[in-house]
Design a protein around this ligand. Structure first.
Ligand code: NAP
Ligand code: MG
Length: 487
């Protein structure tokens, strides 16, 4: 199946697709082939966002008035509808942002499961009964929606991240205004069409395409948007926090990472190298949980490094629509330049290039944003490559004297999203789990990859102390009402 047609309707408000009218139009080209047009997005204005918030407000009493089970039926239908159109959406996702097709299919399937999981939440407990101080009263808590929530999402998981916000938002009775990232606006539009076609009532979800500084900004300041759930960079996240707290809106931030895998001397090095390369290079390193640093115990440094180099050399770089693609292009010209710039900066600061390091431009790569899988070692703890999120297929190797030193290096960054340790020792694994400052910790596993039924989020600058996914989502998307009934 291939993607046909150019998507041009990218904003959906109160059950209607917005026509461009006088609004600015942006053309979106594929990172696989920069001459291939994927779609055109409508750049909404602040007044359009106001209309979207009004649409969400209008629907709120109806939607929040349904029972959880009634809302669940819409989510089950959305899941079914999405599953039947999985291939088409995956192809579009790959075309728009360059993720290998196998991973894109996995991402859409994840969205299907998220809708099913959160449909189930419509039938689970939303409160507790407490013993009242007298003998006759009923004291209980219940959870009520926040109201209209704004969702601001990034381009790197253009289907899964919006759905892991959308699905809990609506199952708990909120209505939504969703601002997708510029580099995911076309996939977002198709996802919205599918939700509409699956029967979701008008006004439950509005999609607002346009720039972060106009559309995103208006959501941050709109007095009737009660909550903002944001995933993206820490620079924008700080602004979200500042503006939301200034007007007393609830907010939730998921931001960057500088995720480490620590490899101890007793580890299975073959397995560690395979796992680390996968976590670093899949999705071209553009996952918030991607491994960007390997911290290896001295005695096995040389052996691990040569395995990493060997395995990165075996990676197939190709058009991501090819079935067996492992590494495709990065998302945009800006990211392409920024990643190559980070590698250069690393080299200037004394790192040694062991593999890759260059853009690929020959033959079929000529019109795409391809970068070789890159491994560097000798990366100093305070250098750019050790501290800053590169968000590309770039792995920095650092050496540690022992586990304590490895923990110090791993924790010596401002982020705390994901981390892993490779060891066969229970004791060392336990010490790592206790000592690492990260919201997600794996033993003998990839830093990347989250389970949808478990809480997800980071420590330090990676998050705002809140968690998404699983049962944890109820914390953000609802508020508690305590009730005392005396007969
Ligand atoms: P970004 O530049 O921060 O953008 C995120 C979203 O914010 C986009 O929709 C963007 O719109 C919007 N935005 C930009 N400026 C805004 C403003 N002034 N007001 C309101 N909204 C604004 O991040 P990105 O480049 O899309 O994504 C990459 C980043 O996301 C990385 O740092 C990555 O680590 C992080 N990430 C974190 C997680 C996690 O769960 N922790 C998951 C995935 C990604 P435009 O696109 O139109 O500018
Ligand atoms: Mg951006």
């Amino acid at each position: 199946m291939t993607v046909t047609g150019i998507i041009e309707r990218t904003s959906y408000i109160d059950g209607c697709w917005i026509e461009p009218g006088e609004r600015e139009i942006k053309e979106h080209y594929s990172p696989i082939d920069t001459e291939r047009l994927v779609g055109r997005s409508i750049q909404l204005t602040a007044a359009d966002v106001d209309a979207a918030v009004q649409g969400a407000r209008r629907e709120l009493p109806n939607w929040s008035g349904l029972s959880g089970m009634e809302r669940a039926s819409y989510l089950f239908r959305a899941a079914q509808f999405l599953e039947e159109r999985k291939e088409e959406l995956a192809q579009l996702l790959t075309l728009e942002m360059g993720k290998p097709i196998g991973e894109a299919r996995g991402e859409v399937q994840r969205a299907v499961l998220l809708f099913r999981y959160y449909a189930g939440e419509g039938m689970r407990s939303i409160g507790e009964v407490l013993p009242a101080s007298d003998r006759v009263s009923l004291l209980y808590t219940t959870r009520v929606p926040l109201g209209v929530v704004g969702l601001i999402t990034p381009w790197n998981f253009p289907v899964a991240i919006p759905v892991w916000k959308l699905a809990p938002a609506i199952i708990f009775g909120n209505t939504v205004v969703w601002k997708p990232a510029e580099h995911a606006a076309i996939t977002a539009a198709r996802l919205m069409q599918l939700l509409e076609e699956s029967g979701l009532p008008p006004g439950v979800v509005q999609l607002v395409s346009g720039s972060g500084s106009v559309v995103g900004q208006r959501l941050l300041e709109h007095p009737q948007v009660t909550g903002i759930s944001f995933t993206g960079s820490d620079a924008v996240g700080r602004e979200v926090a500042r503006q939301a707290s200034a007007r007393h809106a609830k907010y939730q931030l998921e931001m960057g990472g500088k995720n480490s895998s620590v490899v101890l001397a007793d580890a299975d090095l073959e397995r560690a190298a395979d796992t680390i390369i996968s976590a670093a290079m899949r999705s071209a390193g553009q996952k918030c949980t991607a491994t960007s640093r390997v911290i290896v115990e001295k005695p096995v440094r040389d052996r691990l490094t040569s395995l990493l180099v060997e395995k990165s050399g075996g990676i197939k770089l190709s058009n991501p629509l090819e079935e067996d693609c492992y590494l495709g292009p990065v998302v945009s010209k800006g990211q392409h330049e920024s990643i190559l710039g980070s590698i250069d900066r690393g080299l200037q600061e004394g790192a040694r290039l062991l593999a890759g390091g260059r853009a690929r431009t020959e033959g079929d790569f000529a019109r795409g944003y391809y970068i070789e899988p890159t491994v560097l070692d000798g990366v100093e703890p305070q250098s750019y490559l050790a501290q800053e999120e590169v968000f590309g297929p770039v792995l920095a190797v650092m050496e540690a004297d022992d586990l304590e030193h490895a923990l110090e290096l791993a924790n010596g960054v401002r982020y705390g999203l994901a981390a892993s340790v490779f060891t066969n020792s229970q004791q060392q694994a336990r010490r790592f789990i206790n000592g690492i400052e990260a919201g997600l910790v794996k033993v003998n596993g990839e830093t990347a990859g989250v389970e949808l039924q478990a809480p997800f989020g980071g420590m330090k600058l990676s998050s705002s102390y809140s968690r998404e996914q699983g049962r944890a989502a109820i914390e953000f998307f609802t508020q508690v009402k305590t009730v005392l009934v005396t007969p």
